[in-house]
Design a binder for this molecule. Structure first.
Ligand code: GAP
Length: 455
């Protein structure tokens, strides 16, 4: 049976339609459909200039809090292609399948595990009421071939989950970094799945990015570390959300556990798509290292340097998606605010955490035809650029420029006006409250660094 923990009141603020985010992403250069000029490829996207900044910030924050801020965790970056035996040992060749049914009438395709039970029982299409086919199984691994000579080519796979590199490198990392159990290895990397129903923009793609921690423990300490990471990851997501009440845990029922998991929790987030998985916390036990020991013939057991006990470490996994984080943060941050004065000054604002915002500050001269204003503004922009992403903008009136920055989530705008030329002060405007303060230029860098860089 599925259990829900940490159920919070459903937030009063309306949920943002995905279409609003898709449109903003294309319009402002966050995300584009891949190969769009050829008609696109379902479930594959490219990230534009602002998207890549946001993505890098999200990744960096994860890496900082998981790796650099934990003495017992280190990082790796493994290859996308591995030996094909890896995927036999991992169980993916055998078990990584989706069962599908097709509607004989409207031709829509559905994953069996996404169908309401009554539709499955009655073989009835949830869209048009037509008859459904018998379930068929599809393996999600994407095949590729190594080598150039036709009959000498070796079939292998693009990795179906990023975490496998960690098990493959576990012994090397443990020895070369002299890590002692309990310790963890992290990786951020692309994964590939032949999803048969890619949909909902970045939510379910065929090429996506995962972040994983695999934490290796003595079996007697499994519960303690499982609880620690479960809570840590929940708090991590909470810390970057505006709508914290839209986050919860869900326990996997025994009928939905992945082939490697003895216990699993999803951290779920509520959007217009309903409550959906954001990250999985998995009790992988000794599945991975035992299987790779067995398939490779290499002994991956660990000897405790103090007790001399020899054992296969058990593993706590936290596995989430960079793309789902990207999408959920935009859905969480997006707001269309009406103008309280009714003067046609409504704005769209992204309330992104300042640490994650793609642009940290915009530098705006009040007028672009006043040489002194422009050169002072460009000087300030250049000096800020050494430390953070700064945009210089002198096109259109100041109100429009503020709106453009609000829409991409820039937390601060700095305006250079005629008073600046007299007393070397600038106006700093904050995105969410729209409040403004006057600051000496000499204090500006520290003021911004204090607010836009994590510590
Ligand atoms: N190593 C365990 C593992 O891969 P998973 O639940 O299949 O577990 C982990 O994937 C996370 O990867 C998910 O919680 C989700 O955030 C992300 N993810 C999985 N499939 C995805 C897809 N098709 N598109 C985008 N993100 C995906």
């Amino acid at each position: 049976m599925t259990q829900i923990e940490n159920v919070a009141e459903i937030s009063e603020t309306p949920l943002v339609p995905i279409e609003k985010i898709v449109s903003l992403c294309k319009r402002r250069g966050f995300v584009y459909p891949n190969s769009e000029i050829y008609g696109g490829v379902a479930g594959i996207y490219d990230f534009g200039p602002l998207g890549v900044e946001l993505r890098n910030n999200i990744r960096r924050f994860w890496w900082w809090s998981m790796v650099q801020n934990h003495d017992n965790v280190v990082g790796i970056e493994g290859a996308i292609i591995t030996h094909p035996r890896v995927w036999e040992a991992s169980g993916h060749v055998e078990n990584f399948v989706d069962k599908l049914v097709d509607c004989k009438k409207c031709r829509q395709r559905f994953r069996v595990d996404h169908l309401p039970p009554e539709n499955l029982e009655q073989k009835k299409c949830p869209a048009c009421g037509g008859e459904l086919t018998e379930p068929r199984s599809f393996n999600l691994l994407m095949e590729t071939y190594l080598g150039v000579v036709e009959d000498e080519r070796m079939k292998t796979y693009l990795r179906g989950e990023a975490c496998q590199n960690i098990y493959l490198d576990y012994d090397n990392v443990q020895k070369s970094s002299r890590m002692q159990i309990p310790f963890g290895i992290c990786q951020i990397g692309k994964a590939f799945r032949n999803e048969v129903t890619p949909r909902n923009f970045l939510f379910r793609q065929r090429e996506f990015e995962q972040w994983d921690l695999q934490f290796f423990v003595h079996p007697s300490q499994m519960q303690q570390w499982f609880d620690y990471w479960k809570q840590f990851r929940f708090e991590w997501y909470k810390s970057i959300l505006n709508h914290k009440d839209r986050l919860r845990f869900r326990t996997h029922g025994s009928d939905e556990l992945a082939h490697y998991a003895k216990q699993a929790f999803d951290i779920e987030y509520q959007t217009v798509l309903g409550w959906q998985e954001w990250e999985g916390i998995h009790w992988r036990q000794d599945w991975d290292l035992s299987r790779h020991s067995q398939y490779s013939g290499q002994d991956l057991s660990y000897t405790d340097p103090n007790t001399k006990e020899r054992f296969i470490p058990w593993i706590v996994e936290t596995s989430g998606g960079v793309d789902r984080t990207f999408l959920n943060l935009l859905l969480d941050a997006y707001e269309e605010q009406p103008d309280p004065t009714g003067k046609d000054n409504e704005r769209t604002v992204l309330h992104l955490h300042p640490w994650l915002a793609p642009v940290k500050v915009a530098v705006l001269p009040l007028q672009k035809n006043k040489e002194e204003l422009v050169s002072t503004a460009k000087g300030i922009h250049k000096s800020l650029q050494r430390l953070m992403v700064s945009q210089y903008d002198d096109v259109q009136n100041i109100g429009r420029r503020y709106r453009r920055q609000d829409e991409i989530g820039t937390p601060y705008c700095v305006t250079i006006d005629f008073k600046t030329l007299e007393d070397q002060t600038v106006t700093v405007r904050e995105r969410d409250s729209m409040s403004q303060i006057r600051l000496p230029i000499s204090e500006l860098t520290m003021y911004l660094l204090d607010r836009v860089v994590w510590k």
